[in-house]
Design a protein around this ligand. Structure first.
Ligand code: NA7
Length: 481
């Protein structure tokens, strides 16, 4: 999503000497990789598009994964990118030296470029649980991001580990199959029900004819999300009270059995973990073929999952809905900045960047959707568009010779992260739960302020936050006029 966006924007800015490298054989990122049953976006479809390319033909309020994949493939085709992207070619090495980046790819090609944009996503590397005996399981086992479509779940004893956003979508879908499903829940989740809606052909035709209606729909959804979920998690009391009420009421009204309800009740504030948007999860959990297991997992044996009470849950299939490694970003690329410093060395103490995008010591390198980009339950496309415009402004300053090199100073990184930290205290993410939002120190790698602040602060780069003169560049490299 971000790579396509960046390519479009660069070309609009007159920068056409671009190489786009994609390790897979298709565009789509998250939506290419995640094909599990029920995969959908929990942000309303009409605001989960590029701002310049609305889609009047979404079939549902919450678009399904394959439709989103089609959308990105279509945009790439329309923009003539599909023919230019170098597919099946991963960047293996990316080294900086004296104003240039030197890349080596999996096909053995070498590139020398002025700028590198890493549009490698956030939640890309599956996290496999560290459970003793995991590899000894005798049945079929896979991570949700590597769904095995060859196995028919009907008639099988299926276990699923995890109850995050992904698991809730999978459970809602596969529980309707004729299978015996055990859900291994380590921590209960808050779930808000926002009903899905199917758009009729008539509505789609009307939206196609009426771009202003489409734009209004987008604005309304954006306004609603910003003023409810996004504000609720970043310290605004009233939106938090509203969203808490919605989640608690949903649980109370949807789950009839008080014992099951108690086991599905989280012990932390609403929004501390990423809020789950689902109108189907509780219904699925009450199906006769679905069993909730809350006893801790002790190990995995050939037969199934062994819980701490000594019971073996015999399974044919084990699904790992255990999330992603959110701090791996562009890995396993061998990325080295100034003086050969690797990204692992640069991030040894903490994964941090300046404005999420710029890493001191890595000049002319931008990490899209880097640490502290995500805004709670908001469209990641919208965030990415703001970052893209900011990057273009920086590249423009470089082109005009106002910056010898685009490199945030260490001091700017430190100040920026202090500023973020100051905002974290009032967010709900630090109020007593574990989640993928938190880094090893327990600091949320999220944007703790409002959407409006995000937009305002990315309007104009602060020149004072960037190095004045690059240490190893007596003669700063500039493009030909
Ligand atoms: P999440 O939200 O990181 O959820 C992972 C789930 O897996 C969560 O319920 C975890 O329980 C559970 N988990 C992870 N490891 C274990 C072990 N070892 N034992 C038991 N349970 C475990 O990932 P998702 O894929 O659902 O969602 C990621 C994002 O994608 C989501 O926020 C949206 O932005 C889209 P825990 O809660 O840690 O106790």
């Amino acid at each position: 999503m971000t790579g396509i966006l960046m390519a479009i924007r660069l070309r609009e800015a007159g920068i056409t000497d671009i190489q786009i490298l994609e390790k897979a054989d298709r565009v789509g990122g998250t939506w290419r990789e995640n094909t599990y049953p029920g995969v959908a976006c929990d942000v309303p479809a009409h605001m989960y598009t590029y701002s310049f390319r609305a889609n009047p033909r979404w079939s549902h309020r919450f678009a399904h994964g394959d439709e989103i994949q089609d959308y990105f493939e279509q945009v790439a085709r329309e923009q003539g990118l599909s023919e230019t992207i170098r597919f099946n070619e991963a960047v293996e090495q990316c080294h900086y030296h004296a104003g240039k980046w030197y890349l080596k790819t999996s096909k053995g090609s070498e590139l020398e470029v002025d700028f590198v944009v890493s549009a490698t996503g956030i939640l890309h590397h599956p996290a496999y649980p560290d459970i003793p005996g995991l590899d000894s399981f005798g049945g079929e086992m896979w991570h949700t991001a590597r769904w095995n479509h060859d196995v028919d779940l009907r008639g099988k004893r299926v276990g699923i580990i995890g109850t995050g956003s992904t698991a809730c979508q999978v459970i809602s879908e596969i529980s309707a199959l004729d299978c015996d499903l055990t859900v291994f829940q380590r921590t209960a989740q808050w779930v808000v029900s926002v009903p899905d809606k199917e758009y009729s052909e008539q509505e789609k035709a009307s939206l196609s004819r009426n771009p202003s209606r489409l734009a209004t729909l987008r604005r309304r959804y954006a306004f609603a999300l910003r003023n409810t979920f996004s504000k609720a998690v970043t310290g605004s009391k009233l939106p938090h009270a509203l969203v808490s009420w919605m989640a608690k009421r949903n649980l109370r009204k949807s789950v009839r059995d008080p014992q099951l309800r108690a086991r599905l009740t989280p012990d932390y504030p609403v929004g501390c973990k990423r809020l789950i948007i689902s109108s189907r999860f509780y219904e699925a959990m009450q199906r006769d073929n679905v069993h909730l297991e809350t006893t801790a997992i002790d190990s995995i044996s050939e037969q199934g999952v062994v819980t701490a009470d000594g019971k073996t849950h015999q399974l044919d299939v084990l699904i790992l809905a255990t999330g992603f490694k959110p701090f791996d970003f562009m890995r396993p690329m061998d990325l080295r900045g100034r003086d050969g410093v690797t990204i692992d060395e640069a991030w040894k103490k903490k994964v941090q960047a300046y404005r999420s995008l710029c890493i001191p010591g890595f000049p002319n390198f931008f990490l899209m959707l880097g640490p502290n980009s995500p805004i709670g339950n908001y469209s990641v496309i919208a965030m990415s568009e703001v970052q893209t415009d900011y990057v273009l402004k920086l590249i423009d300053l470089w082109r005009r010779g106002e910056m010898a090199t685009v490199e945030a100073t260490e001091d700017a990184r430190r100040r920026y992260n202090e500023y973020l930290k100051a905002g974290m205290g009032k967010t709900v993410w630090v109020r007593g739960c574990q989640s993928w939002y938190l880094d090893a120190d327990g600091d949320p790698a999220m944007w703790p302020y409002s959407w409006e602040q995000w937009v305002a602060e990315h309007q104009q780069p602060a020149l004072g936050d960037f190095v004045r003169e690059a240490p190893d560049e007596a003669e700063p490299l500039r493009p030909a006029a």
